[in-house]
Design a protein around this ligand. Sequence first.
Ligand code: 5GP
Ligand code: ZN
Length: 112
Amino acid sequence: MDCLFCKIAKGEIPSKKVYEDDEVLAFYDIEPKAPTHILIIPKLHIKSAAEITAKNSAVTAHIFEIAAKLADELKLKDGFRIVTNCGDSAGQSVKHLHFHLLGGRDFTWPPG
Ligand code: 5GP
Ligand code: ZN
Protein backbone atom coordinates (compact mmCIF):
# COMPACT_ATOMS: atom_id res chain seq x y z
CA MET A 1 0.00 0.00 0.00
CA ASP A 2 1.31 3.41 -0.94
CA CYS A 3 0.76 5.33 2.29
CA LEU A 4 3.05 8.20 3.30
CA PHE A 5 2.48 7.83 7.05
CA CYS A 6 2.93 4.01 6.94
CA LYS A 7 6.32 4.71 5.31
CA ILE A 8 7.16 7.30 7.98
CA ALA A 9 6.05 4.84 10.71
CA LYS A 10 8.40 2.18 9.26
CA GLY A 11 11.28 4.67 8.96
CA GLU A 12 11.32 4.34 5.15
CA ILE A 13 10.80 8.11 4.94
CA PRO A 14 12.67 10.18 7.54
CA SER A 15 10.86 12.34 10.07
CA LYS A 16 11.81 14.44 13.06
CA LYS A 17 10.55 12.14 15.82
CA VAL A 18 9.48 13.36 19.23
CA TYR A 19 8.05 10.12 20.62
CA GLU A 20 7.88 6.48 19.55
CA ASP A 21 6.71 3.19 21.00
CA ASP A 22 5.38 -0.07 19.52
CA GLU A 23 1.97 1.42 18.73
CA VAL A 24 2.48 5.12 18.11
CA LEU A 25 4.81 7.62 16.47
CA ALA A 26 4.87 11.39 17.03
CA PHE A 27 6.88 13.64 14.70
CA TYR A 28 7.06 17.28 13.66
CA ASP A 29 4.82 18.40 10.81
CA ILE A 30 6.83 19.34 7.73
CA GLU A 31 4.74 22.52 7.21
CA PRO A 32 3.99 23.76 10.73
CA LYS A 33 0.75 25.72 11.25
CA ALA A 34 1.77 26.83 14.77
CA PRO A 35 5.08 27.28 16.65
CA THR A 36 4.60 23.71 17.92
CA HIS A 37 2.98 21.36 15.40
CA ILE A 38 3.33 17.64 15.97
CA LEU A 39 1.55 14.77 14.23
CA ILE A 40 0.69 11.71 16.31
CA ILE A 41 -0.14 8.57 14.36
CA PRO A 42 -0.93 4.93 15.06
CA LYS A 43 1.64 2.65 13.40
CA LEU A 44 -1.28 0.51 12.30
CA HIS A 45 -2.90 1.83 9.12
CA ILE A 46 -6.31 3.29 9.99
CA LYS A 47 -7.71 5.50 7.23
CA SER A 48 -9.33 8.21 9.32
CA ALA A 49 -11.38 8.89 12.45
CA ALA A 50 -14.34 7.43 10.54
CA GLU A 51 -12.60 4.03 10.69
CA ILE A 52 -12.18 3.93 14.49
CA THR A 53 -13.95 0.86 15.86
CA ALA A 54 -14.20 -1.12 19.10
CA LYS A 55 -11.32 -3.26 17.77
CA ASN A 56 -8.80 -0.46 17.10
CA SER A 57 -9.89 2.37 19.43
CA ALA A 58 -7.36 1.57 22.20
CA VAL A 59 -4.57 3.12 20.15
CA THR A 60 -6.55 6.37 19.93
CA ALA A 61 -6.83 6.49 23.72
CA HIS A 62 -3.09 5.90 23.86
CA ILE A 63 -2.49 8.73 21.37
CA PHE A 64 -4.34 11.13 23.70
CA GLU A 65 -2.14 10.03 26.61
CA ILE A 66 0.93 10.79 24.50
CA ALA A 67 -0.52 14.16 23.45
CA ALA A 68 -0.97 15.16 27.10
CA LYS A 69 2.57 14.03 27.93
CA LEU A 70 4.07 15.94 24.98
CA ALA A 71 2.05 19.08 25.75
CA ASP A 72 3.47 18.97 29.27
CA GLU A 73 7.04 18.29 28.14
CA LEU A 74 6.89 21.00 25.46
CA LYS A 75 5.42 23.41 28.03
CA LEU A 76 2.22 24.25 26.16
CA LYS A 77 0.89 25.65 29.43
CA ASP A 78 -1.31 28.34 27.90
CA GLY A 79 -3.27 25.79 25.93
CA PHE A 80 -3.08 23.59 22.89
CA ARG A 81 -5.35 22.14 20.27
CA ILE A 82 -5.71 18.54 19.08
CA VAL A 83 -7.27 18.20 15.63
CA THR A 84 -8.00 15.33 13.30
CA ASN A 85 -9.27 16.16 9.83
CA CYS A 86 -11.54 13.39 8.57
CA GLY A 87 -12.37 13.20 4.88
CA ASP A 88 -12.00 15.58 1.96
CA SER A 89 -14.40 18.29 3.16
CA ALA A 90 -12.46 18.55 6.41
CA GLY A 91 -9.17 18.86 4.50
CA GLN A 92 -7.67 15.44 5.25
CA SER A 93 -4.75 15.26 2.82
CA VAL A 94 -3.07 12.09 4.16
CA LYS A 95 -5.43 9.12 4.43
CA HIS A 96 -3.80 7.59 7.50
CA LEU A 97 -5.30 8.59 10.86
CA HIS A 98 -3.30 11.36 12.49
CA PHE A 99 -3.85 13.87 15.26
CA HIS A 100 -2.36 17.35 14.99
CA LEU A 101 -1.03 18.67 18.31
CA LEU A 102 -0.78 22.43 17.91
CA GLY A 103 0.43 24.99 20.41
CA GLY A 104 2.43 28.13 21.03
CA ARG A 105 -0.14 30.59 19.73
CA ASP A 106 -3.79 31.54 20.16
CA PHE A 107 -6.42 29.70 18.11
CA THR A 108 -9.75 30.94 16.84
CA TRP A 109 -13.06 29.24 17.45
CA PRO A 110 -14.93 27.99 15.53
CA PRO A 111 -12.20 26.73 13.16
CA GLY A 112 -12.46 27.74 9.51
P1 5GP B 1 -4.06 16.65 7.01
O1 5GP B 1 -4.04 17.75 5.99
O2 5GP B 1 -4.28 15.31 6.36
O3 5GP B 1 -4.95 16.88 8.17
O4 5GP B 1 -2.60 16.63 7.63
C1 5GP B 1 -1.48 16.12 6.97
C2 5GP B 1 -0.29 16.83 7.50
O5 5GP B 1 0.86 16.11 7.11
C3 5GP B 1 -0.12 18.26 6.97
O6 5GP B 1 -0.12 19.18 8.05
C4 5GP B 1 1.23 18.22 6.25
O7 5GP B 1 1.99 19.39 6.43
C5 5GP B 1 1.91 17.00 6.86
N1 5GP B 1 2.83 16.32 5.99
C6 5GP B 1 2.63 15.99 4.68
N2 5GP B 1 3.69 15.32 4.21
C7 5GP B 1 4.58 15.21 5.23
C8 5GP B 1 5.88 14.63 5.35
O8 5GP B 1 6.44 14.04 4.42
N3 5GP B 1 6.49 14.73 6.56
C9 5GP B 1 5.91 15.36 7.63
N4 5GP B 1 6.61 15.42 8.77
N5 5GP B 1 4.69 15.93 7.55
C10 5GP B 1 4.04 15.85 6.37
ZN1 ZN C 1 -0.90 4.16 6.37
